[in-house]
Design a binder for this molecule. Structure first.
Ligand code: 3HC
Length: 293
């Protein structure tokens, strides 16, 4: 029988991490939310507060429930506060050195049966698992942006992940109101492996002045029924995150479909990171907003 997890941690409170904190707290779990410094913690907290406030304004959440959700989250810059977490989800930037170091530290801090999950979208879960002394308790738990809205969680099992751990995480995903797919450890898993070649191709069309950004997005929204065009989606994902994912997939597949288009790197260098910086392919009313100006 699957374990019913009640106390969890999230490390890294960027767009994805803060969204994951909200999803977990909404499902009634106690969440310890960790980031490296006070500024990062404040940004993560603001993200959760604004997102739940918007839900109240839209009549989707009672004010009292919002208060209860916010009270279930404890914010901290001290990793050692995760000492009693039954599961920790890591959502720090997509860099193997950073994640491996974090996993090694979590391995020292958390009890031996704590599940260590990574929200990585393209790095090897197996490589991360061997940074710990408990590879069988390491698993991928990949959420989609915006985490409170997107229904899917990809659960990534390595060749050594214990079946019981997979069961526990599948049961948790169901409690979070998500639909899960369980897969093996290959860069991009299912969704990103299919999605990012398409996103990269859309960038190529704009880069070559073959089509305008608006026309590329309109074609996919209005012609193919997607909720948002590929360039608007790149802005939502984050240009830097998209670059890292493509780069990792390219290193593994060597398929030029995944070789990040030069424009992506140029935008990254120029600080055009998408919604989170206020400008990417489009310009936004304010950081993080969806309103295009
Ligand atoms: N946080 C919380 N809730 C949000 C939100 C956010 N950032 N953005 C939108 N929402 C909620 C709204 O509150 C609204 O909720 P309601 O229906 O309960 O009132 C609902 O989502 C719909 O929002 P809107 O009416 O404002 O706008 P849209 O109908 O245009 O939907 C969207 C916005 C959900 C982002 C939609 O455009 C969409 O589904 N886009 C595609 C997103 C996608 O493909 N994500 C996957 C990216 S790949 C990935 O994440 C993998 C990773 O590894 C990079």
């Amino acid at each position: 029988m699957a374990r019913e997890l009640t106390e969890v941690g999230v490390v890294g409170l960027g767009t994805m991490g803060a969204g994951i904190v909200e999803v977990l707290a909404r499902a009634g779990l106690s969440v310890t939310a960790v980031d490296v410094d006070d500024d990062a913690v404040a940004r993560g907290r603001a993200h959760v507060e604004q997102s739940t406030e918007r839900a109240v304004t839209r009549g989707k959440l009672e004010d009292a429930d919002r208060t209860a959700i916010l009270e279930r989250v404890r914010y901290t810059t001290t990793l050692a506060d995760l000492g009693s977490a039954e599961l920790v989800v890591e959502a720090v930037p997509e860099r193997m050195d950073l994640k491996a170091q974090l996993f090694a530290e979590l391995d020292r801090i958390c009890p031996p049966d704590t599940i260590l999950a990574t929200n990585t979208s393209s790095l090897s879960v197996t490589a991360l698992s061997v940074a710990t002394g408990r590879p069988s308790k390491v698993i991928g738990m990949h959420f989609f942006n915006p985490a409170p809205v997107m229904k899917l969680v990809e659960i990534v099992r390595t060749v050594v992940t214990e079946p019981g751990v997979v069961e526990d995480v599948e049961a948790l995903a169901a409690r979070l109101g998500k639909v899960d797919v369980t897969i093996g450890d290959k860069a991009g898993f299912i969704a990103n492996a299919l999605l990012f070649g398409y996103l990269n191709h859309a960038v190529e069309m704009v880069e070559n002045r073959y089509a305008s950004r608006e026309d590329v997005d309109a074609a996919m929204r209005l012609g193919c029924g997607l909720p948002m065009g590929p360039l608007a989606l790149m802005d939502l994902i984050g240009i830097d995150t998209a670059y890292e994912i493509l780069q990792t997939m390219y290193q593994q597949s060597r398929d030029r479909l995944h070789a990040p288009r030069p424009l992506i790197k140029q935008m990254m260098t120029a600080g055009l990171l998408g919604r989170k910086s206020g400008r990417g392919f489009y310009t936004y009313a304010e950081r993080g907003s969806a309103e295009v100006v």
